[in-house]
Structure formats: structure tokens, C-alpha cells
Design a protein around this ligand. Structure first.
Ligand SMILES: *Cc1c(COP(=O)(O)O)cnc(C)c1O
Length: 359
């Protein structure tokens, strides 16, 4: 598809941009441009692809996303390589997952090549926003929502696909900190047959109350149990989990429809297997977690996702008390996996799996 370029009338002055990307943190330093592509069933599907200034989007107050929440998104990153080039990590996997989310939410799929072209164009156009600081990246947020003005309940016939970027600092500024997590008793993230495997905004909306409860209990994040038995550990609000054991096995909860299929999760499975570990996708219970942490069988618990890469879980808290994993500090495998993954992403470690796509 041909992208129309709308020139930016007033791009951010170089000095302002340079000041903004010195220490961008996460989520507020937006770049100058955005990609938009419209979908209209009556016009035969995707049309009007363009890159232009990042600006507010006009929406009819009856736009179905505002009422029935047909919305999906992705989260991915571009990295600077030492040769001055830019690279993305497994963007095809994000494109495929975006379409899996679209199917679950009765939204149109976008051809994977078009998704990749849109993301590449956004990154190329705003490459100057890549932070020069160690560990920085351009965080890429592709999303799609129902824009049709219609209050009946059915899948919309018009959608908008958008790509925006944020300049992001290192997640580990000041070092890696083990997280303390709260086991939610009263809330679940996803139920069988629900939307837990789709990257859709509603899952996040539903996680805010339990997340606030976690903070109130002095924790950093919430961990969700399965909705049926409240027994099996599923994932955090936005990160998947791995349990690293003394006997050389590593367990991660299986993708049975209630867990988001993380691309970091998938990459870690491959990398842990390369270490000779026996990685198993099996249910792991909260009781097992406590017992194995207390007996010393469990060496580490890793939380993983695009934003925080690999983060150690130090302590787990619930109304029935707390337990600590290992020393409560940063385990060997967490460090090794994080360094290797970050190394592949920024081109310093050999990319054996073809995960890196140059922009
Ligand atoms: C995005 C997300 C993850 C992590 O996926 P990555 O592809 O590794 O970034 C995990 N859990 C939830 C609920 C998510 O939305």
C-alpha cells in the first residue's frame, strides 16, 4: 500500500528533542509523527495509509470503541545498534499476535506486511528520537479501534489503525530491582473462554483495581490465579512468569487461553532450552510456589515482558503471609537471561534465531 506523507508543520526543535530524550523515562516523551490506516468494509477494507504529524484524532461520540471497547494493541521496541542502524525484535510475532487479538475481538485483520511496513515507516521517520543513553529504546505502540458511529451491538464496519512511538529510557535505571508481588484473592484477570489471550485494553482496565490493591499492600505488581480453582498461578498484569528449579527444570504456565502469549516468554523458552534446562509448559500452583520457595527447591521466579525484559520476583505476599524466593535478591538466571536477550536486541550477542529485523 502507498503511504501518503503529510509534512509536519512544526517539528520539535532539535535542542528540545535532545533535552527530552536525555532521560525520557517511560510513556510521556512522544515523537513527532504517527501512522494511520483506515478500514471501511464498504470501501473494500484498508485504505488511506498515511504518515503525518502526531495529533488528536477526531471521533464521533457514538464511535463503537467508546461504548463496546473494540480495541487492541501491541507493545514492541526498536533498538540502536553500534553501527548506527536500528533494529526491531521479532516484529513478525507482534503482527501475528495483533491479528490473533483482532480475531478474538471481531475486528478485521491487517495484512502482516502492512503492519510491518507501518511500524518500519514510523521508526524510520522518528529515528532521531532514539535515546542515546544506555538501555534506551523507541517503544512502538500499534493499536486499532472501532471508529464507526453506531450504537447497536455488533462488530463495527469502520476502524482506525495507528502507530505512535515513545522515547524510552532504561527500565533498569539505578539497577535491577526484584519485585514484590501480591496474590489477588478477590479478582481474576481472565476466565476460560474470555479475552485473556488477546491484547485488548479491557483486560488492563479490569486489572487496575487489583493493581491498586497490590500497591496498597506494599507490593509492586499483582499476580493473578486461574478463575476456576483459584489455585494455578497465571501471570502478572502485563508479564509472564517462569519458575526456575534446582533440579534443572523450569516451569511456565501453559497457553490455555487465559494467558497472554508473550513474545518475551516465547524467546525465554528457547533461550533457557539453549542453556540445557528442561523447560516445561505446565500448570504451577500457588501452594507449590510457596512450598518450593520454602524448601529451597525453587531457585528463582522470573517475570518477563517487552517493557521490563526479565525481572526477578523477590517476595510474594498474600493475606496468609509472605514468602521469599531464594535470597529475595537477583538470581543468576535472571541476570543471564536479561543480558543475553538485551544483547541480541542491541546486536551485541549473536542472533541465532533470526529474531532481529533491521529497520
Ligand atoms: C503484553 C503482555 C505480556 C508480555 O508480552 P511480550 O510480548 O513479552 O511483551 C504479558 N502479559 C500481558 C497481560 C500482556 O498484555
Amino acid at each position: 500500500m502507498q503511504f501518503t506523507t503529510i509534512p509536519h508543520p512544526s517539528p520539535t526543535p532539535d535542542a528540545d528533542r535532545e533535552a527530552a530524550i536525555v532521560d525520557p523515562g517511560f510513556g510521556t516523551v512522544f515523537t513527532d509523527h504517527m501512522v494511520t490506516i483506515d478500514y471501511d468494509e464498504a470501501k473494500g477494507g484498508w485504505h488511506s495509509a498515511q504518515i503525518g504529524p502526531r495529533e488528536p484524532i477526531a471521533l464521533d461520540p457514538a464511535a463503537s470503541v467508546l461504548h463496546y471497547a473494540q480495541e487492541i494493541f501491541e507493545g514492541m521496541k526498536a533498538f540502536a545498534h553500534e553501527d548506527g542502524g536500528l533494529a526491531m525484535f521479532r516484529p513478525e510475532a507482534n503482527a501475528a499476535r495483533f491479528n490473533a487479538s483482532a480475531r478474538r475481538m471481531s475486528m478485521p485483520e491487517i495484512p502482516e506486511e502492512l503492519f510491518l511496513e507501518a511500524v518500519q515507516l514510523a521508526v524510520k521517520t522518528d529515528a532521531k528520537w532514539m535515546p542515546s543513553t544506555e538501555g534506551g529504546s523507541l517503544y512502538i505502540r500499534p493499536f486499532m479501534f472501532a471508529s464507526e458511529a453506531f450504537l447497536g451491538v455488533r462488530p463495527a464496519k469502520q476502524y482506525k489503525f495507528v502507530v505512535i512511538l515513545v522515547s524510552s529510557g532504561s527500565y533498569f535505571k539505578g539497577g535491577v530491582n526484584p519485585v514484590k508481588i501480591w496474590v489477588s484473592q478477590d479478582y481474576v484477570r481472565a476466565a476460560p473462554g474470555g479475552t485473556g489471550a488477546a491484547k485488548t485494553g479491557g483486560n488492563y482496565a479490569a486489572s487496575l483495581v487489583p493493581q491498586a490493591e497490590a500497591i496498597e499492600k506494599g507490593c509492586d505488581q499483582v499476580v493473578f490465579l486461574d478463575a476456576v480453582e483459584k489455585k494455578w498461578v497465571e501471570e502478572l498484569g502485563g508479564m509472564n512468569l517462569f519458575f526456575v528449579r534446582k533440579d534443572g527444570s523450569v516451569i511456565t504456565p501453559p497457553l490455555t487461553g487465559t494467558i497472554l502469549p508473550g513474545i518475551t516468554r516465547d524467546s525465554l523458552i528457547a533461550m533457557l532450552r539453549e542453556e540445557g534446562l528442561d523447560v516445561r509448559e505446565e500448570p504451577y500452583s500457588i501452594q507449590q510456589w510457596r512450598e518450593e520457595a520454602e524448601s529451597g527447591e525453587l531457585l528463582e521466579t522470573l517475570a518477563c515482558g517487552t517493557a521490563a525484559v526479565v525481572t526477578p520476583v523477590g517476595t510474594v505476599a498474600s493475606p496468609s503471609g509472605e514468602f521469599t524466593i531464594g535470597t529475595g535478591g537477583i538470581g543468576q538466571m535472571a541476570n543471564k537471561m536479561r543480558e543475553k536477550l538485551v544483547g541480541v536486541q542491541n546486536g551485541r550477542v549473536e542472533d541465532k534465531h533470526g529474531w532481529v529485523m533491521r529497520v
